[in-house]
Ligand binder design. Structure first.
Ligand code: AP5
Ligand code: MG
Length: 237
């Protein structure tokens, strides 16, 4: 395969519900990168009226991983689009060693990749996922206690109705956490010597977490990325 990605890529790793999407979305706005949630990408694909989409719906509902064949096809298509070209934040990929090798084929230069490894105790994760609401249109994420919308069940950004994800039922959450437990150690081992790596606890409030993360990124950001950070004023945090 051609090494096709020339733009910078930030990779969020971490368990379900650790706040990857919340942080990635704010960071993407801040840096003018694209936030690419592979979960959102697959949920959108699963709405199609095809047998393949129907099978994917079942996989997502149970909290299992989509097949590599289908997943890689959808991802490669998306990464070619014009809105990716200034940089992409990957949220939810890679999740297996096979996907790690695939990412390395896509992005040949390790200096173009930054990894943010988010962590949170599992009991906090449960509370966060049980209260999550998501916009049915723009995928904006809320929490009924920690980041509620201004008007109940309505998205602040696009005014569409909010919904509860099918995989946010307690038994599916436990299944997803199990999948994560069984797959995450080899991934950390695979990436452990990469030049730009941040271990990050998301135990603070969403805003505080974001500010702490931006500071950490600024400390280690590759030189050619710093203009993105410098052009963002603190008021946008
Ligand atoms: P995906 O959508 O990626 O789900 P996930 O990894 O399980 O992660 P979540 O989206 O549940 O959590 P998050 O870390 O983004 O947390 P969030 O910011 O929302 O994947 C779903 C499914 O798609 C997978 O199970 C699989 O089937 C499939 N899939 C995806 N990628 C795949 C791949 N690469 N290969 C194969 N299959 C794949 O936060 C959670 C809640 O906490 C929210 O309510 C939020 O408001 C709240 N919150 C966030 N931060 C804070 C904070 N600091 N304080 C208080 N509350 C907070
Ligand atoms: Mg998410």
């Amino acid at each position: 395969m051609n090494h096709s990605i020339e733009y910078p890529v930030i990779v969020f790793l971490g368990p379900p519900g650790s706040g990857k999407g919340t942080l990635a979305q704010k960071l993407a706005q801040h840096l003018s990168f694209l936030h690419l949630s592979t979960g959102d990408l697959l949920r959108t694909y699963a709405k199609k009226d095809t047998l393949e989409a129907q099978e994917l719906r079942e996989v997502l509902k149970e909290g299992k991983l989509a097949s590599f064949e289908l997943f890689s096809k959808i991802l490669v298509q998306r990464l070619k689009e014009a809105d990716c070209q200034s940089g992409v934040i990957l949220d939810g990929f890679p999740r297996t060693l096979e996907q790690c090798s695939f990412l390395d084929q896509l992005v040949a230069d390790p200096l173009k990749m930054m990894f943010i490894n988010v962590s949170l105790p599992f009991e906090v994760i449960l509370k966060r996922l049980m209260g999550r609401r998501q916009c049915s249109q723009c995928s904006q994420v809320y929490h009924i206690d920690f980041s509620p919308p201004s008007s109940e069940n309505t998205c602040d950004d696009c005014f569409s109705p909010l919904y509860i994800r099918e995989d946010d039922r307690q038994e599916v959450i436990l299944n997803r956490l199990n999948v994560f437990k069984n797959t995450s150690s080899p991934i950390l081992e695979f990436y452990k010597n990469r030049p730009f790596w941040i271990d990050f606890s998301s135990a603070e409030s969403p805003q505080k977490c974001f500010e702490l993360l931006v500071d950490k990124i600024a400390e280690i950001a590759p030189e050619e990325w710093t203009h993105h950070l410098l052009t963002c004023s603190k008021e946008t945090l």
